[in-house]
Design a protein around this ligand. Structure first.
Ligand code: G4P
Length: 526
């Protein structure tokens, strides 16, 4: 198959939601439709299996939140679908932001009763910034929830998305009768306990009132027609290009656990979602159709096997064809690497692959070569952009609790920070080490992993800081001045870049005023 055909086939997307909205359930149902799994519950049981085989996941089990980002691929109607799962917990938001750099579109899951929740707002903001096309799925229609129009208003207001419904619910909770599919003009009737894959679908135009009444009863049919009239008056007609440009989001309603509305979502998704697109590098735009391979690492997953400290670097392929056992340039290190066991993640299974194409996510065995954002090419020094580290907001001093094992501690800290679990700063005045994270939970993750994977012990000491931001300036004198005058507020990150430690937002503001020639950066990519 030609490169072009392979690219056209692929749809790489992420599902994002606030925890508990139904992301895992929806993923599982999509996999069921794709024939990638045979039984409901397989994804969840996979979750449990992962807990059992990885120490790191033990934390997830204990806390009952999804920490890991996994990749699942399946074929459906001639398309190859790559789903990138994302942790919903806010403490791992940075992980999710980075995963979103590797997708071409996103499905946002919203709980019909809870509406738009805070974590969804943040994630959608990231997608909006990148103009990622978004489809919204409103879940749990088998339960009582908010009115459909109120939800659309809420999405427009809180997520700042322009929306148009492509399906519309008929009742909800006990009265839930089904959805009308505006994309295909079909009525889908809900069977309350039907967890089987087939839905009762009636091809019926909304103008055929008689048949609608026959299936729904008069009052529900009237209500539906009334709602549809409002939809046609108030909401824009679905425009494919507007969706692709990230300017219009179609909305679907359903119940993932009951398999309801999921097939409509999937069928529409494969028709409208974009194939792998271009990617920006510092040097130039990279098009998927280019002959030469390129890709970047957006996630590093440690310790799949607790007995070994190996890691898997997840790479998104951006152009050309990736091949097993071929030499590629690791641009940052300027060295040539080849991979004898690149893996792909088909459904719950990991398997070695010989080749992969743009849009695919490949797992590369990593003995410590990679850090997040690294690129691999056939020789061109490309640096992909848009894979930032955010300035952390939680800080603690880290202290070695076992002086006999300081080497292990150092190595562990180096590797964990390469994975992007946290950032490590060294103070300029006294050389003390500071861990900075986006969420508090990472401190526990680090302590646990240092102990279990590296045999090192650490403890934390409190540190009251508001933010750490990277500083640069065109003026060498200005930099020298701030470093000398504010030595106790200065640190270096692991790359040796200068970082200003602000005790409060006021202190940050003052520093910005007092040092006008200094630029303060809140992302490490500048
Ligand atoms: P998440 O990945 O977004 O965190 O959510 P997940 O799919 O784990 O779903 C959260 C809970 O919501 C689960 O219940 C799940 O069964 C339920 N759920 C998902 N879709 C629907 C739906 O369409 N209708 C209803 N009523 N519930 C739904 P749980 O009790 O937390 O877990 P479980 O015991 O069912 O596995």
């Amino acid at each position: 198959m030609s490169l072009q055909t392979e690219i056209k086939k692929r749809r790489t997307f992420g599902i994002v939601s606030h925890p508990d909205a139904g992301k895992t359930t929806l993923t599982e149902k999509l996999l069921l439709f794709g024939g990638a799994i045979q039984t409901a519950g397989a994804v969840k049981s996979n979750k449990i299996k992962r807990h059992a085989t990885s120490d790191f996941m033990e934390i997830e089990r204990q806390r009952g939140i999804s920490v890991a980002t996994s990749v699942m691929a399946f074929n459906y109607n001639g398309r190859k679908i790559n789903i990138l799962d994302t942790p919903g917990h806010q403490d791992f938001a940075e992980d999710t932001y980075r995963t979103l750099t590797a997708v071409d579109s996103v499905i946002v899951v919203i709980d019909v009763a809870k509406g738009v929740e805070i974590q969804t707002e943040k994630l959608v903001e990231v997608c909006r910034m990148r103009k990622t096309p978004i489809i919204v799925f409103i879940n749990k229609l088998d339960r009582e929830g908010k009115d459909g129009f109120d939800l659309l208003d809420e999405i427009e207001e809180k997520l700042q998305l322009r929306v148009t419904p492509l399906s519309w619910p008929i009742g909800m909770g006990q009265r839930f009768k089904g959805v009308y599919n505006l994309f295909e003009h079909k009525l889908n009737l809900f069977k309350p306990h039907g967890k089987q894959l087939d839905e009762e679908t009636v091809e019926i135009k909304e103008t055929d009132q008689e048949t609608l009444s026959l299936h729904l009863g008069d009052p529900a049919a009237e209500e539906l027609l009334h709602d549809l009239e409002i939809i046609h008056t108030v909401y824009p007609v679905f425009d494919h290009q507007e969706y692709l440009d990230g300017r219009l989001s179609p909305v679907f309603f359903g119940s993932a656990i009951n398999n309801f509305g999921v097939k409509e979502l999937l069928d529409c998704f494969i028709q409208i979602a974009p194939p792998p697109g271009k990617r920006d590098t510092q040097e130039r735009e990279v098009m998927p159709l280019e002959k030469e391979f390129s890709g970047f690492v957006f996630k590093i997953h440690a310790n799949m096997d607790p007995k070994h400290r190996d890691r898997i670097a997840f790479m998104r392929i951006c152009s050309g064809k990736f091949e097993r056992n071929k030499n590629y340039l690791h641009v940052r290190k300027g060295k040539s690497l080849k991979f004898s066991n690149p893996t792909a993640f088909m459904a719950a299974k990991k398997s070695v692959i010989d080749q992969a194409y743009p849009g695919d996510i490949v797992g590369l065995y990593d003995p410590g070569n990679f850090k997040i954002g690294d690129s691999l090419t056939e020789g061109e020094p490309l640096h992909f952009v848009g894979i930032p580290s955010f300035s952390p907001e939680q800080f603690r001093y880290i202290v070695n609790a076992d002086p006999m094992r300081s080497k292990q501690l150092q190595k562990g800290l180096m590797q964990l920070t390469e994975e992007g679990v946290a950032q490590l700063f060294t103070k300029e005045d006294n050389g003390r080490k500071i861990i900075g994270t986006v969420g508090a939970l990472q401190f526990d993750v680090i302590q646990y992993r240092l102990e279990h994977e590296y045999g090192a012990a650490c403890r934390y000491e409190p540190l009251n800081l508001h933010k750490a931001c990277w500083i640069t300036s065109d003026s060498k004198e200005a930099l020298k001045e701030i470093v000398t005058r504010r030595k106790k507020d200065m640190a270096r990150d692991r790359e040796g870049r200068l970082v200003f430690l602000a005790e409060s937002s006021w202190a940050l503001k003052m520093a910005q005023e007092n040092h006008p020639e200094i630029e303060f950066h809140f992302k490490s990519e500048f």
